[in-house]
Design a binder for this molecule. Structure first.
Ligand code: ANZ
Ligand code: ZN
Length: 905
């Protein structure tokens, strides 16, 4: 059932079919002025949700806008089609992941089409298709040859009852139980494949600074994720174990090191647990690296401080992480929170060695470390020859002076483990041979295709015996295939390249075309991908660039992380049961309404609340647009006839039989100026993807044109220009209805292919004009209220004299100390005598805040064209005059941008 005011279903299906027939969204073969617009491809869950709709409306509107600006646009869509949910769904429904996935894709593609998204479907990619994933395997080989791939042991979740590896998502609750059988999950070491992303850590972090088109929060998240720390490796001697290094960022605190600690799997711990049952008990039962409290056990060993020679006790402690630094640290409880907590619990000395910097009196006071650590830098105390140095200098000197100490950089980033013990992913192209070990599947044997799905408890690939058993590519002996598949983030690390040349069969992408299109000009997606997906894509791009396989060194020039769609302040989600179905909104109000509502409700980065009321009023706006066009349409928009008999709509407050004037009045000039303003502002806002601001402007223009028609007989050309403009301004967001109206105006081309409206008025001028008219109206209101005028007889507006404008311009441009004497060098100023000196003083006082204004002639024109508005509001005749033509006492008050106002009662 439709709740909208026009037959949106007829309009939308008609134009969708028409675009389809005309191949409207096909990317040109020989592109110039290329713009690559991309939304993060979805996981084909089978249902488009509001988050998707928002994401893809943003990219679609931007792509359409760029097209109308004359660019050749690449705007593709595809499917992130591998992943665990399909495997689970297949198990539950006793089908297979492939059928399930393709069904979902089918439905989602239809839903996208019903939204009017203009994709080049010829470039659709589906990652679970061998056509696509063969290139993951190809990259695996290439990366292997380049030394970027490594096989090593790593922990996985293991269910002893199902005898299978579990993904993190399959481990449930704090008790860490298997999702199928509720058995406690164990950790197991398995050989896994890694991509050595850590070797790119510096480049990945340094180049963040070059990502000017990325939001700061995403950049910061990437920096934190990589987590680079500059520090020192300090050598401690431990009897029986030789030199054990500890990484520290605070070498300046070494005199305060009162203990030494190693991780529970440090070689020292491995050694001692075998002999000492209390240590064994601590490691297996008590240690809890995720716990709030640090726990540890003394070893009886001591470590020698390399600077002081002090012997400090060695502990095994759970807050020491085995994969950070060297897995060993010096504990400085006075200056580190965790060390402080640990020392307090274990009754270890706490010795302050850094004090707050008190440069004022040069007597550093000891910080109070009884309750918490003092963690800032400061002045070093109690530190022998280093006492009195600032922390930074102390770090440098201690590092240089100490034998065996060396500078070191540590990262939080770990190598990227890509092995997944699952079926629905890209098979890792390796076979294991007893003789040759792991052997890469040769390129000519790619793709290694997935065998048919087998519904078992464990990894179906383990059960696919025929598939698994193969021969060694090197020695032809019997061998078995790798049964792990790749992390699906591999798929998404380069999919933006495949879209560029999905037709090439011999390579993952065509280099020449990739160099033309890359980097992606505008990428849009959810903040949940701020770290991994974006980092892995950057990594892939850098590896390719380094191997001369791509010119771009970064994949995404501009990134927009769109906000959430909420309902009553909460994120819409299936689990909360507070979703609004896009399909229902499309059925009831149409896709244009849904798109327009979303884009005007908030700037794309912001979260916003869904509101049915907002949806209805958006639909009203489209109705108004139809009415406006209706008056001049050569061909009646037959698919967009308004539901005039629907009593719920308040239509046609307008005179339907509009007559048009040929003569231009000042009102027409005002309307023309407003049209220019709308173009200038909307263009700038669309450029910045500020859709809600752009649309407010378009909506105001609709309103202005309505008022114009209601107030007077509109000038034919101006009115027509207004209509032609406003439907173009709305076309990127409401493509169907504007297409309908455009054709009703007898255009032969699609509005989608039409060119963007032009104006030679600049944004800056437009906003000044606006402000001038608004401020002036507000001033009139103020005067009427303050002077308590009931019924104004006449209103005179006096524009600033030219000399004041000259003075203001001089004041803004000049950097002379004494503005007044500078101004008085100008003969025109001197002619004004005291008045000039007085105004000069005022400018001097307000100097910091001065802003440029329109020149007097422009100011005059602008106000002159707006007199009708003021007349209408105050019901009195309005005249605009130049200061030179006004009585002196009034003229004196006029300033640039602030005309004087005289009201007769
Ligand atoms: C001595 C020290 C004194 C440290 C001080 C800090 C403050 P953050 O804390 O993020 O800057 N560290 C070194 N290896 C570790 C490991 N394997 N597991 C856990 N912590 C480890 O990280 C750097 C600090 O982390 C290092 O500097 C070290 O403690 C600790 F006033 O050394 B510090
Ligand atoms: Zn072999």
């Amino acid at each position: 059932m439709t709740k909208g005011n026009y037959d949106h279903a007829a309009v939308e299906t008609h134009w969708q079919a028409a675009w389809d027939d005309a191949d409207t969204y096909r990317t040109p073969d020989d592109p110039s002025d290329l713009t690559y617009v991309l939304g993060m491809y979805p996981y084909p869950s089978g249902k488009l949700h509001m988050g998707h709709v928002r994401n893809y409306t943003i990219t679609d509107a931007y792509a359409r806008y760029r097209r109308m600006r004359g660019d050749d646009v690449l705007h593709p869509m595809g499917w992130d089609a591998f992943g665990l949910p399909a495997e689970n769904a297949a198990k539950e429904r006793d089908t297979n992941p492939r059928d399930w996935t393709y069904d979902c894709i089918e439905t989602m593609r239809e839903q996208m089409d019903s939204m009017g998204f203009g994709y080049d479907w010829d470039r659709e990619i589906t990652t679970c298709d061998p056509e696509y994933y063969q290139w993951n395997q190809y990259f695996f080989r290439e990366f292997y040859d380049a030394g970027i791939v490594e096989r090593r042991d790593a922990d996985v979740n293991w269910c002893p009852s199902c005898e299978t590896v579990l993904a993190d998502e399959q481990v449930e609750g704090e008790a860490e139980l298997c999702w199928r059988c509720d058995t406690a999950v164990e950790q197991r070491e398995l050989a896994q494949w890694f991509l050595k992303i850590t070797e790119w850590a510096d480049e990945l972090i340094d180049d963040i600074d070059r990502l000017e088109g990325w939001p700061n929060n995403v950049k910061q998240m990437q920096r934190n994720w990589i987590g680079r720390q500059y520090g020192t490796l300090l050598p401690f001697e431990i009897d029986g174990y030789g030199t054990i290094e500890a990484f520290t960022t605070r070498a300046d605190t070494i005199h305060g090191a009162t203990f030494f600690a190693v991780a529970t799997d440090h070689p020292i711990a491995d050694d001692l647990r075998a002999e000492d049952p209390s240590i064994e008990t601590f490691i297996t039962d008590e240690a809890d690296p995720d716990g709030d409290e640090p726990n540890g056990v003394a070893t009886g060993l001591t470590a020698t401080n390399p600077v002081t020679g002090d012997e400090i006790p060695v502990y095994i402690a759970d807050f020491v992480l085995s994969d950070v630094g060297t897995g060993a640290l010096m504990g400085v409880p006075a200056h580190d929170e965790r060390d402080h907590a640990f020392a307090t619990a274990m009754d270890i000395d706490i010795t302050p060695v850094v004090a707050p910097d008190t440069t004022d009196d040069n007597t550093p006071s000891t910080p109070d470390i009884s309750e918490t650590a003092y963690t800032d830098d400061g002045v070093v105390i109690n530190s022998g020859q280093y006492t009195g140095l600032d922390s930074e200098t102390a770090r440098e000197e201690i590092t240089t002076d100490t034998t065996g100490a060396e500078l070191d950089t540590q990262y939080r980033l770990r190598d990227w483990g890509i092995s997944r013990q699952r079926y629905w992913g890209t098979p890792i192209p390796v076979v294991y041979c007893d003789e040759c070990g792991p052997v890469l599947v040769p390129e000519e044997n790619l793709p290694v295709e997935l065998p048919s799905f087998i519904n078992t408890t464990g990894n179906p690939l383990e059960a696919a015996t025929d598939w698994k058993e193969t021969t060694c590519p090197e020695c032809d002996a019997a061998a078995t295939r790798e049964t792990d598949t790749m992390d699906t983030f591999v798929d998404s690390s380069w999919y933006f390249l495949r879209y560029i040349s999905p037709d090439v069969e011999t390579e993952p992408f065509d280099l020449e075309r990739a160099n033309q299109w890359m980097p992606v000009d505008q990428y849009v997606g959810g903040i949940e991908h701020a770290v991994m997906h974006l980092l892995y894509s950057r990594f892939f791009t850098k590896v390719l660039a380094e191997n001369d396989c791509l010119e771009a060194t970064e994949p995404f020039d501009n990134l927009l992380a769109q906000g959430m769609v909420q309902l009553n302040g909460e994120k819409m989600s299936k689990s909360k049961g507070n979703t609004v179905s896009p399909q229902r909104i499309v059925e009831e109000y149409g896709a244009d309404t849904a798109r327009l509502f979303m884009m005007q409700a908030a700037q794309p980065e912001r979260d916003f609340d869904w509101s049915e009321e907002g949806v209805r009023s958006t639909n009203q706006l489209l109705t108004r647009l139809i009415e406006l066009v209706d008056a001049i349409a050569e061909t009646k928009p037959d698919r967009a006839v308004l539901a005039r008999d629907d009593t719920s709509t308040q239509l046609s407050t307008l005179n339907t039989e509009t007559a048009f004037a040929d003569e231009r009045t000042p009102i027409a000039s005002y309307i023309d100026a407003e049209i220019d303003a709308a173009i200038a502002i909307t263009t700038q806002e669309y450029d910045e993807l500020s859709f809600s601001v752009a649309l407010r402007e378009a909506r105001d223009l609709v309103q202005t044109l309505r008022q114009y028609r209601n107030y007077t007989t509109p000038h034919a050309d101006t009115y027509r220009r207004g209509i032609e403009t406003v439907i173009r301004l709305l076309a990127p967001v409401a493509p169907h209805l504007t297409e309908e109206l455009y054709s009703a105006l007898d255009h032969d081309e699609f509005i989608t292919d039409a060119s963007w409206p032009q104006t030679d008025v600049e944004y800056d001028v437009v906003t000044k004009r606006r402000a001038l008219v608004e401020d002036t109206r507000e001033d009139v209101r103020q005067i009427i209220t303050v002077a308590d005028i009931d019924d104004p007889e006449a209103i005179t507006i006096v524009v600033s004299p030219a000399w004041k404008y000259t003075a203001l311009t001089t004041a803004i441009e000049s950097d002379a100390e004494n503005l007044i004497s500078e101004l008085m060098q100008n003969p025109t100023m001197r002619e004004q005598g005291d008045a000039a000196a007085e105004y000069g003083q005022q400018l001097q006082n307000e100097r910091e805040a001065l802003a440029t204004t329109l020149p007097p002639e422009r100011e005059y024109e602008t106000l002159h064209a707006a007199t009708w508005l003021i007349e209408r509001e105050f019901e009195a005749p309005v005249t605009v005059v130049h200061a030179e033509d006004a009585p002196a006492d009034v003229a004196r008050q006029a300033e640039p941008g602030r005309p004087a106002i005289d009201i007769d009662e």
